[in-house]
Every structure is written in structure tokens, then in C-alpha cells.
Design a protein around this ligand. Structure first.
Ligand code: IVH
Length: 674
């Protein structure tokens, strides 16, 4: 008998709704209600359970985090051992696997299911009458550890199965893992608490699952996908692996999207390539693809060999981490003078390519990881990310090694090195050859002036032989100067000259990016160009104006301001423009709200306003669809001139542009504000 029939009914209804929304969110990836609404249901349920403690049951969604921490894990003997998978490292290995299956089964066609191999930990979930009663790790395959208390805290694992038709005793197997995003967040938090970061998402997931206190696990962003079953009693499952997984899904268990039923092994190999290509874009780590014979009766016929099924194989991706030795630590000087320590490595095949260098980022990183010449290290190359040293294998450190010391003079120009927090920077500026060369490389690069054929070697020769001092000199290069260089045939010289000529016709964002202003990347360059619409107003802008550009903060503003105050930079810009580098005017950056009353109009505010700040005036004009620009040009529609308006007003008058005083502005805003 329940304490209160009304409360009991409401509690049941809330639980049902919450479980339904969990299913929508975690299993079919199609949430129906916003998070706040879900939170409201949980709050109401918690409140009711608080008021009526007799209504609390273990499978209630409020009961995920249990009470007291465990003192130790108890052991679980797996009724059916949890096996491992054989590996295939090449297409040939996969084709042999398929051939063996054909020979043993004596059939023409074998259907396979291909699915991503999740890089986490195997878990066994036991459901009795639809209720999660136990969760155990794989352990050695025969005996694992009882981690029910922690697994219950994983929101995507249902405490109750949905619907009907599931076996009375059903063991679901799958992988617990941590998403890349969750891993980054967790490590940031570890860092803030000055605790040791986890090496990778897999270790983080393992560490999180092996907590005695479920409150800690509950805070860790763990996820789960199922991929097979173990015990099945008191019910039947379909006769296909794919169909079984779909049944599990219908009962509320999350299934990964990277899974397909395929007609033969060739389709599996195509699937592998497809998944390998999108590996970096997936939200979680995977380390290969698993192929499974779909028919369960065929699986039974094939059986097992040495604790691995004959009916399945893991087609592994090239390893992203490998071991190698540090031969040397070099210092690279970048375009802005930043000194980067780089480990020179014994060549090693990792992430699908041979790696000989790995960045060590900066001095504090080298010291934190304590990387020394002679060390054996773990190198990681994930996707297109530049290779990095993950950690030193301390047990293999040779006897005599020295702690890394950052040089206090620039290895290229011998200027002194200045420390700015973690970054060491060469103070040489334009006398440092390394900075000059990097500046040139940046200037000609694809997203900047895009000068094809002007590669690294050529730039180095031009600078070393004094053919160019600044980027502006590129536009004065003579044909015979180019031909006199090493490995420069007449034809290539002509191509380079044509590419330089072609680059003269550019865009303002490209030009700004090419200048190599510190912290100004492609997006910021675009933002600056759109805001100022022309180079002159940007060059004359003060820091306060610069900060108003979307996404420009005080640091970028400072760098941009200082860059344009430097006479040498101004001279280079002038020379570039004089040589014919040009770009079309930037159209004011209209939003698609063409329907607003001032859409298409460009306003310029100048002088002081008394009834409102300039920022407020700007916001109100923008809200009416106007673009507010910092400088007056022929494109300006209206200049709003407050008190003591200066050169902008004069220019407006000269160009015959409409001028509004403050009362005119107020009238305009009033007219359109309803
Ligand atoms: S099937 C009898 N499917 O790989 C085979 N395993 O090397 C049962 N794994 O311990 C495993 N993703 O932790 C299977 N889609 C997937 C998998 C997968 C990851 C892990 C699992 C297992 C290990 C075997």
C-alpha cells in the first residue's frame, strides 16, 4: 500500500515521462523537450519522493547516485566469459578472415555487420525483468569487478528497459567511454584543481569507472553504446546480430550510429575507409572497425578459438601513439619571434605517416613533461594534428641526461630572449632572419596573398642573397634576379613573376591577414575589414575603436594598434599599395534583415552626444538595420554630428553627404521606434 495514491500516480507518471525523454535524448537522438523542462520533471519527482519516502524505488531516475562509497569492489564471475577480438592490420588480413569463414561455412554469401571499435572499456549490464541489477567490468574475461554503483550514474544507461518482449534475464554488453569534449573538460577541471590530468579519454573513462565513491563517477562525463549480448534466459532474441542490436535499441539501450549491415567483405572494407576518413570528426575516440558475421546460427557454426570468436575481427586503424627516441631538441623561431622547442626524433611510423619531429610547445611544457635528449618518448599523431610528445618513458631514461634549458639568446639572430608568461620571444624583430623568413612565408601563403610557386626554399634564397628585405620588395623582383637563383629555370621564374603579379589583385581581408599582425587570423582580418571597410580608417583607429569590432578584445586591439603605429610597417604598406596591390571596396556588411527601416544605409557618428552615449546611438541605429561605420566615404549615407564634430563633418560636407545633428537623430530614432 502506498502512502498517498495521488502522489503515487504522479510519481509513476513522472518516472515514465523521464524515462521516455531519456530514450528520446540518448537512444534516438531526437529530444522532444528542452533541458529546462526535463529538469522540471526531475525536480518535481525529487520533491515528491522527499515528501513520500515510501514511494522511492531503486529504479527511479532520482536514484542514480547511491549513498555511501564502497570500501572495495566485489568480484563478479562472468557466467559467459567476455572474450576479446582477433586483429586485422591490412585489407589482406580481412580478406583471409572472410575466406576462412566461407571455407568453414561452405556458403557463397556471408552478410557482415561493420561497426566502429569504440576505444573505452567493455562492460556487462545484467537486466532482470527489465531492471538493471548488476554492472561488471570485463576484468580478465572470466572475472570482473562489480561497478554497479558507478554505472547507475551514467545517464544514458537505462535503469529500466522500455517496452516489452525482452528476455527475463538479459546481459547487455557494450563499451563505456568518454567523449573527446568530455575529456577536455575533465582535464581542464583537473588542471584547475591542480590534479594530474588524464593521458587520454580511455584512461579517463577507466579511472572514472573505478571510483569507490559513486558521487565522483557521477560527475564524470561517461557515455555508453551496446554492441552484443551475453546471458539470455526467459526469452528469445532475433537470429541476426544487426536485428539483436535493433531490439536492444528499442528497449532503450543506446547504439552507435557507425554501424551497418553489409552484403559482403568488400563493402566492409569500404566502410572501414569511410570511418577512417571521419575518425577525427567523431565526438569520441575509436581505434578500428569490427566486422561480425550477422547470422547467429553461422556464428555458432564458426565458434571460437583461443578466447576469440572466429566470426568477428577488429580491423585496426594505424596507431596514433608510438614509442621512439629524442635525438635532439631544437629551437624554432616563429614569425612573431616565439621560440618553440621541437623534438627531433628517430623516425617512427605513427598515425599513418613517418614522423621525425614533434612539437614540445614551450619551455614550461618541456619542463612539465621533463623531456630530455636521449629519452624514449610516446609520440602521438592524431589525424592532421601536428605530432606531439605525450610523455617520457621514465624507466628507459639513460644514465646521463640534462634537464632542458631554454636559451636566453635567439639561436638565429642572437638577440636577447624575452619571457612573456609561458612564451619566450626573440626581441630581434626585423633583424631576426627567422622572423623575416616566417613573415614572408606567411605573406605568400594560400589564405594570405596566395602566391603560388614562391616556396620556402626560394624565400630563403631571396633573403639570404639580399634580393628582398621586406615583403614589399617581392613586387620589385626582376626576372634575371630570379633566374640567378639555384634551381630556378626561366620558365619557373616567369611563373613566379606571374603569380606575384596576379596576387596584386586581392581582397582587404586577405591583405590584412597577410600583414602578419599578431593574433590577427583569417577571421579577425575579415572582421576588421568589414568593420572599417577601408584600410585608412583601420590604420588610424585608436584602441577603443578597435575593441568595438566583433571578436576583437584588448589584446588584439593592442597588437593591431601598435602594428599600425610602427613607421616601418606603414612604409611597407605604402610601398605595397604603390606597387599596385589593390582590393575592391568592401560593401557594408548588411545583414539579411533588408526589411528594417534603415537597411542599406551607412551611418557615421562623430562628435559628442548629450542625450545618449555614442554606443547607445550606434546600437539603436543598428537595430533599425543601419550599418555604423567608423569613417566617412562616398558610400556614407548620413553623418550624425554631435558637439565639436571635426574632420569627419568637414569631409561629409565636402562630399555632400547628409548631416544630422543630435535633435535630428533623436527625431529619427523616435520616428521608427514604436
Ligand atoms: S564485440 C566477442 N564490438 O573491443 C567479441 N567489441 O578487442 C565481443 N570493442 O573487449 C566484442 N567496440 O571492449 C565489440 N563494436 C564493438 C566494439 C568492441 C569496442 C572492444 C570491447 C572488447 C574489445 C575486444
Amino acid at each position: 500500500m502506498s502512502a498517498n495514491p495521488k502522489a503515487s500516480e504522479r510519481v509513476d507518471a513522472l518516472r515514465e515521462q523521464i524515462n521516455y525523454h531519456n530514450y528520446r535524448y540518448y537512444v534516438i537522438d531526437d529530444p522532444e523537450i528542452p533541458d529546462v523542462e526535463y529538469d522540471r520533471l526531475m525536480i518535481e519527482l525529487r520533491q515528491l519522493e522527499n515528501d513520500h519516502p515510501k514511494l522511492v524505488i531503486a529504479s527511479s531516475p532520482t536514484q542514480r547516485v547511491g549513498g555511501t562509497p564502497l570500501s572495495a569492489f566485489s568480484q563478479v564471475v562472468h557466467e559467459q566469459p567476455m572474450l576479446s577480438l582477433g586483429n586485422a592490420f591490412s585489407d589482406d588480413d580481412v580478406i583471409s578472415f572472410d575466406r576462412r569463414n566461407h571455407e568453414r561455412l561452405g556458403v557463397d554469401m556471408i552478410e557482415y555487420v561493420a561497426e566502429a571499435k569504440l576505444d573505452g572499456l567493455a562492460i556487462s549490464l545484467l537486466y532482470e525483468n527489465g531492471e538493471l541489477v548488476r554492472a561488471a567490468t570485463r576484468g580478465d574475461g572470466a572475472t570482473g569487478e562489480d561497478v554497479t554503483h558507478n554505472v547507475r550514474t551514467i545517464d544514458s544507461i537505462p535503469l529500466l528497459l522500455r517496452g516489452a518482449g525482452f528476455p527475463k534475464r538479459l546481459e547487455v554488453r557494450g563499451e563505456i567511454f568518454m567523449s573527446k569534449e568530455g575529456f577536455r573538460k575533465l582535464n581542464r577541471a583537473q588542471n584547475d584543481k591542480e590534479e594530474k590530468p588524464f593521458a587520454n579519454p580511455r584512461n579517463a573513462a577507466a579511472g572514472s569507472l573505478r571510483q569507490l565513491d559513486p558521487k565522483i563517477s557521477a560527475q564524470r562525463p561517461l557515455s555508453f553504446y551496446c554492441y552484443s549480448t551475453g546471458i539470455v534466459e526467459g526469452g528469445k532474441l532475433p537470429d541476426g546480430h544487426y536485428q539483436i542490436i535493433l531490439a536492444l535499441k528499442s528497449w532503450g539501450l543506446p547504439v552507435q550510429k557507425e554501424m551497418q549491415l553489409l552484403k559482403d567483405i568488400n563493402a566492409c572494407i569500404d566502410f572501414y575507409q569511410k570511418i577512417l576518413n571521419k575518425r577525427d570528426k567523431l565526438p569520441h575516440d575509436i581505434d578500428g572497425v569490427v566486422y561480425k558475421v550477422n547470422s547467429i546460427s553461422q556464428q555458432k557454426d564458426l565458434g571460437y578459438i583461443s578466447r576469440e570468436p572466429r566470426w568477428a575481427i577488429a580491423h585496426k586503424f594505424p596507431a596514433e601513439e608510438e614509442i621512439t627516441k629524442v635525438i635532439d631538441i631544437d629551437i624554432q623561431v616563429g614569425r612573431t619571434g616565439a621560440l618553440t622547442p621541437v623534438a627531433r626524433l628517430e623516425p617512427v611510423f605513427v598515425g599513418g605517416v613517418t614522423v621525425t619531429n614533434a612539437t614540445l610547445h614551450n619551455e614550461s611544457e618541456v619542463l612539465r613533461k621533463d623531456v630530455r635528449i636521449g629519452d624514449t618518448v610516446i609520440v602521438r599523431r592524431a589525424g592532421d594534428v601536428i605530432p606531439e610528445v605525450v610523455k617520457v618513458v621514465m624507466s628507459q631514461r639513460p644514465k646521463q641526461t640534462n634537464v632542458f634549458v631554454m636559451p636566453d639568446v635567439c639561436p638565429v639572430c642572437q638577440s636577447s630572449v624575452i619571457k612573456e608568461e609561458t612564451i619566450s620571444r626573440c626581441s630581434g624583430g626585423l633583424i631576426c632572419d627567422a622572423q623575416i623568413k616566417e613573415g614572408f612565408k606567411h605573406f605568400v601563403s594560400r589564405q594570405a596573398m596566395d602566391i603560388e610557386g614562391l616556396g620556402e626554399k626560394l624565400i630563403e634564397q631571396l633573403i639570404d642573397r639580399n634580393k628582398v628585405q621586406t615583403i614589399a620588395d617581392l613586387y620589385h623582383l626582376q626576372r634575371d634576379e630570379l633566374i640567378s637563383l639555384e634551381r630556378m629555370a626561366e620558365k619557373s621564374a616567369d611563373n613566379v613573376l606571374a603569380a606575384i603579379e596576379k596576387s596584386k589583385s586581392t581582397t582587404l581581408p586577405r591583405f590584412l591577414f597577410a600583414l602578419g599582425i599578431r593574433e590577427v587570423g583569417v577571421a579577425t582580418a575579415r572582421g576588421l575589414a568589414n568593420y572599417f571597410t577601408n584600410l585608412d580608417s583601420l590604420m588610424d583607429a585608436d584602441s577603443e575603436t578597435l575593441i568595438k569590432v566583433p571578436d576583437v578584445g584588448p589584446i588584439v586591439a593592442k597588437h593591431a594598434y601598435e602594428f599600425f603605429r610602427d613607421v616601418r610597417n606603414r612604409e611597407v604598406i605604402q610601398s605595397l599599395v604603390k606597387s599596385g596591390v589593390h582590393w575592391p571596396d568592401i560593401e557594408a556588411d548588411f545583414q539579411d534583415d533588408d526589411l528594417l527601416p534603415l537597411s542599406g544605409e551607412i551611418y557615421v557618428l562623430t562628435g559628442g552626444l548629450t542625450s545618449m552615449s555614442r554606443d547607445v546611438a550606434k546600437e539603436q541605429l543598428q537595430a533599425l538595420g543601419a550599418k555604423v561605420s567608423g569613417s566617412v566615404s562616398a558610400k556614407t549615407s548620413v553623418v550624425v554630428a554631435g558637439e565639436k564634430a571635426g574632420s569627419k563633418l568637414t569631409k561629409a560636407e565636402k562630399l555632400g553627404i547628409a548631416v544630422l545633428d543630435e535633435s535630428g537623430l533623436i527625431a529619427l530614432l523616435a520616428k521608427h521606434s514604436k
